[in-house]
Design a protein around this ligand. Structure first.
Ligand code: OFO
Length: 165
């Protein structure tokens, strides 16, 4: 049986992961509106990944006999500026999520909830990948700038991202 403290914190994280999915869908629509269909596609796949992150936690809470308490998801903005700004905002968002995952990890340690600690290890590793991927895209965007052919080449590369399985 899962403790109430960690159960509540995991419930809050499920809502946050779903918020990430909403945010990336809103960003995808924003990119689509500027004809960056590759970036839009990448963001839709990212939104699917976030839903998977939420579902993994959902299964974990339910499997541990916890009570699921879903909260309202904050509405994302609809305007994000240029593509570089979009990715700057994603990186900031992911850094915030990393902080929340680390806090959850610490809590599970403090509560001696070893099952949660093990489950959260996956998220700790995932956040390294999330930040690294987004950081790399951001570096490339800064290198090519938003004028000229470079950004359209990047857009076509982003469009090749495989769908989340
Ligand atoms: Fe779920 O990793 Fe991004 O938010």
């Amino acid at each position: 049986m899962i403790g109430k403290k960690i159960q509540d914190a995991l419930n809050a994280q499920i809502t946050l992961e779903q918020h990430s999915a909403q945010l990336y869908l809103a960003m995808s629509a924003h990119c689509e509106g500027r004809s960056f269909r590759g970036f839009a596609h990448w963001l839709r796949v990212q939104a699917q990944e976030e839903t998977k992150h939420a579902m993994k936690l959902f299964e974990f809470v339910v499997d541990r006999g916890g009570r699921l308490a879903l909260a309202a998801i904050a509405a994302p903005p609809s305007e994000f500026g240029g593509i570089t700004q979009v990715f700057e905002q994603i990186l900031e968002h992911e850094k915030g999520i990393t902080g929340r995952i680390n806090a959850l990890f610490e809590l599970s340690r403090a509560e001696k909830d070893y099952a949660s600690e093990i489950a959260l290890q996956w998220y700790v590793t995932e956040q390294i990948e999330e930040e690294s991927n987004v950081g790399q895209i951001l570096d490339q965007l800064k290198a090519v700038g938003e004028q000229g052919g470079g950004i359209w080449y990047l857009d076509s590369k982003m469009g090749k991202r495989g769908v989340a399985t």
